[in-house]
Design a protein around this ligand. Structure first.
Ligand code: 4GX
Length: 254
């Protein structure tokens, strides 16, 4: 996958793109990230990219000309998918991450200041928000999207790891994890995990994932993919059991 990031601050991406799974994916040639400085597409002597808002008010607005020129410069064809990072956009979810992982060319547009000239929306395919809070620019949201999409690309995760098997993928929070030592400061690892009974371990993990989701994110439980066994366990722990729902493509993808 090729990803062009359009930004006024390309230096911000130095760390996150060079390490861990994203760094390895780039080394392996799975991911080709290009940082494009929007300022390089300003045509005036002072390379100005922003201006005061028509109608007055505080702050600055990104001018349309450099952004149009930058998007047009990186567009390779109909496969190019342009995304504006924007708190007014659609919520970014695991489901969207899977859909974006199918694309061959993403363009992530990072705005700054009060935003971008409204006419820029005519050249973007979608607007995404990473959450209901206000950041100083679209760079951190672009890194979040890039990270979440990158780990879903075939070959990005290690040998055995499968993103599809992540507990979160079926709409539940993850179960607890433990590693050595078996007792740490008098806190013991649950016996079942040391037992070697794979089916019992699977059942314990599923129950703990259900319990956590009920206690921490009951909103997720209502939309999760649940089996009859899941419903029975929820009832046993005294949790409200969501009504059975028709199998849906996106039921589990939080
Ligand atoms: N999830 N910001 C974008 C400037 C801006 C505003 C409007 C385009 C349109 C954010 C978020 C976020 C702050 C990034 C404002 N650009 N982006 N920036 N939350 O808060 O995506």
């Amino acid at each position: 996958m090729r990803v062009d990031v359009l930004t006024l601050f390309p230096e911000m991406f130095a760390g996150p793109l060079d390490h861990s799974i994203v760094g390895r994916a780039r080394q392996r040639g799975i991911l080709d990230v290009r940082l494009v400085n929007i300022r390089d597409f300003a045509t005036d002597k002072h390379r100005i990219v922003d201006d005061t808002p028509y109608g007055g008010g505080p702050g600055m607005v990104l001018k349309p000309e450099p952004l149009f020129a930058a998007v047009e410069a990186v567009r390779t064809g109909p496969e190019t998918h342009v995304i504006l990072m924007d708190p007014q956009g659609e919520p970014f979810t695991q489901k969207r991450a899977w859909e974006l992982a199918e694309k061959s060319h993403l363009v992530l547009v990072c705005g700054h200041y009060e935003g971008v000239d409204e006419r820029v929306r005519t050249i973007v395919d979608e607007e995404l928000s990473i959450g209901d809070y206000v950041l100083t620019g679209g760079e951190l949201p672009a890194m979040v999207v890039l990270d979440a999409v990158c780990r879903l690309l075939p070959g990005a995760l290690g040998e055995a790891a499968s993103a599809r098997q992540d507990s979160f993928e079926d709409g539940l929070l993850d179960h607890p994890h433990y590693t050595r030592p078996a007792v740490f400061r008098s806190m013991a690892v649950p016996e079942v995990l040391l037992s070697g009974h794979h089916e019992e371990i699977r059942r314990w993990r599923r129950r703990e994932a259900l319990r956590r989701t009920w206690l921490r994110r009951p909103d997720l439980l209502a939309r999760a993919r649940l089996t009859e066994e899941d419903r029975r366990w929820l009832a046993e722990m005294g949790a409200p059991v969501p009504p059975a729902q028709a199998a849906s493509e996106d039921a589990g993808e939080v």
